[in-house]
Design a protein around this ligand. Sequence first.
Ligand code: SF4
Length: 320
Amino acid sequence: MKSLGCTEIINCCLTKIICSSDVSHIHYTITTSFPASPQFSSFSLTIKPSWSFFPLSVSVPKTSNFPETIWFKKFPFPFIMVKKIVKGPTGSSKVKEQWRKVYDGIAKMREGIEAPVDVEGASTLADQTLEPRLVRYQTLIGLLLSSQTKDPVTAKTIEKLQSRGLTPERMAEISVEDLAEEIYGVSFHNNKAKYIKKTSQILLEKYNGDVPNDFKKVIALPGIGPKMAHLFLQICFDRTEGIAVDTHVHRISNRLGWAKSKNPIETMKQLQELLPKKLWGEVNELLVGFGQTICTAKKPKCNECDIVKLCPYYKSKHKD
Ligand code: SF4
């Protein structure tokens, strides 16, 4: 049986097994006392170790060794087990048991290390002496510029823009070409110039030159993705509506087995299932700094890492 994730034996009884057959197949429909739940992707039923049903309604060829009638009372526990198949590694009981220990281990390591995100991250970019709407605007533009760009480059670019006037009024007026030149050095500077100009125009037309305190409205602005919108609301309005997942958070979550995902959106959903909401606001900065200094994309410094014994990625690379 191909497993989709981890399996856990749960306390439930079989209440019914209906068997029927046709010329070539035997059909089983199995009912358990355990109610269906959207948390579980499916169940498997093992009547004997070698007989696994997946899902609860199955047909097997008559040529297999499955019986045409099952008198399930004759198969007392432990031969009758119902296992819940959880959707992914975030449901793994080991991950659930250990995530807190791993999280605290990373937090402790981070206490002693200053990472670029701590001194040049999005929360540090705006000129705090300006009126609040401009502080919010500069934070948003900093987040937009920071996508796929190293923190020091973003910080330098924001400083350059601030020295020339980083306001929605000026950005709405400047030509895309001139703006692209001003932000040259950040990745995708041509696209980002278009996004900044358009976003600035929308903010002036719809929101009096301020950035709204609303996830849906922020994410609707050109060039603003879920990660930026979550970070923006957190920094500027102290609102946590989701976990901001960037490349560091995505990579590390997968290395730790907190997520098994192909993209940051999947990672965000899986992390939000695993971590309590009170941590959603801090996990981004924690893992970004950890990824910038120790759990780097290339050649992570596992010999300096305190959670090496709890790391599935390390174990998979050092099996011998
Ligand atoms: S052991 Fe290595 S891969 Fe695992 S979290 Fe630590 S640095 Fe990252």
